[in-house]
Write a protein that binds this ligand. Structure first.
Ligand code: PHE
Length: 351
């Protein structure tokens, strides 16, 4: 029996060194030490031994068992070590490599322009206001000296909301604001003169082509005080044009007609695409000028609608398109306004 036990030990020690994976290692372990394993097989014969002998053999059997277990653990440890080493070989990192950065977004060029324009006007005391962009007919048209069914209202090609009409004196049909001029009376109702406000908001019109999109932005300026004249208007417009576009761009006022200003003007600026030298081929402008929007001295009826006395107060207002203003900016040559809203990152990321 003793020899058998010694043999078992040697056999195991020889075999265990050759094992290279955990599965076979465990199988080997059960083969020798398991309930029906080789060691127990040998021990079956123990009963036939004399008591003295049995003690000795029992002791030896324990030693063999311990030796086998030790060899098993040793081999197991060797395996995990080489596993870790192998992993280190396979999965190394170069800590001196520059890190990878997640890309940062930025504001849309139109949002940037809105911020810049607001800032420019804030320097001369124009405070930003917000008014509804879904508003009553009264504020968008009627209070602006355009009675119901006045043909001039067709010029705005308005989207009306499919909702019940408001029955209040200052309500009417509900619409998507086709211009920012609804802020004129709304501001006069809530502020006392002197008023200097700038309102930048979304406008909606039923039109789409190379220089129109159905949703665009306007900025509306309004100044109401005693003794305000066209000179002040011209001064403010020039200040803006020079600050935003640079001194090489030229502006002009053309006589025009709006129901809510008198006199009224159209503000033009030299075209950036052709540099103001259109020979009839410029994709964007007509004859070198691009129309930014309207301006004029606030009509006495509008001042009245705002709850103020037109004999005491006068004022000017202007309403320009933000997108057009941006497109006419020095160094930016955009020849189709629709690209601003195509969500093409190749375009947007240039700003
Ligand atoms: N609201 C006018 C438009 O959309 C522009 C304008 C604003 C004209 C203020 C005069 C005064 O065309």
């Amino acid at each position: 029996m003793k020899t058998k036990l010694e043999q078992l030990k040697t056999e195991f020690l020889e075999l265990v060194e050759k094992v290279t994976d955990r599965q076979n290692l465990e199988r080997l372990q059960t083969e020798f030490l398991g309930r029906k394993g080789k060691l127990n097989e040998v021990m079956k014969d123990m009963v036939e031994l004399a008591v003295e002998e049995r003690k000795l053999v029992g002791k030896l059997a324990n030693e063999v068992k311990e030796a086998i277990e030790q060899a098993f653990h040793f081999q197991e440890q060797k395996m995990s070590q080489s596993e870790v080493m192998g992993q280190a070989e396979r999965e190394w990192i170069d800590i001196t490599q520059p890190g990878s950065f997640s890309s940062e977004g930025h504001l849309h060029p139109v949002t940037q322009a809105i911020g810049e324009i607001t800032d420019i006007f804030s320097h001369i005391g124009f405070t930003a206001v917000r008014v509804p962009e879904i508003d009553w007919d009264y504020y968008a048209f009627e209070s602006l000296n355009m009675p119901k069914d006045h043909p001039a209202r067709d010029d705005w090609e308005t989207f009306f909301v499919d909702a019940p009409e408001g029955s209040g004196e200052k309500e009417g049909k509900l619409l998507l604001t086709p211009h920012t001029s609804n802020s004129q009376v709304r501001t006069m109702e809530t502020q006392k003169p002197p008023i200097r406000m700038i309102n930048i908001g979304r406008c909606y019109r039923r039109q789409i082509d190379i220089s129109h999109v159905p949703m665009f932005h306007q900025f509306e300026g309004l100044m109401i005080d005693k003794g305000v004249s066209v000179t002040h208007l011209k001064g403010v417009l020039d200040y803006f044009a020079q600050t935003y576009f640079g001194s090489n761009r030229r502006t002009r006022l053309r006589p025009h007609h709006f129901r809510f200003t008198e006199p009224s003007f159209e503000v033009d600026i030299t075209c950036e695409v052709c540099g103001g030298n259109d020979d009839g081929t410029c994709r964007l402008c007509k004859a070198g000028w691009l129309e930014l929007g309207g301006a004029g001295m606030v009509h006495p009826n509008v001042i009245k609608a705002g709850g103020l006395d037109p004999d005491v107060y006068t004022g000017f207002a202007f309403g320009w398109g933000v997108e057009r203003t941006l497109m006419m900016r020095e160094g930016i040559k955009i020849d189709d306004i629709r690209i601003l809203y195509k969500n093409d990152l190749r375009f947007v990321n240039q700003f």
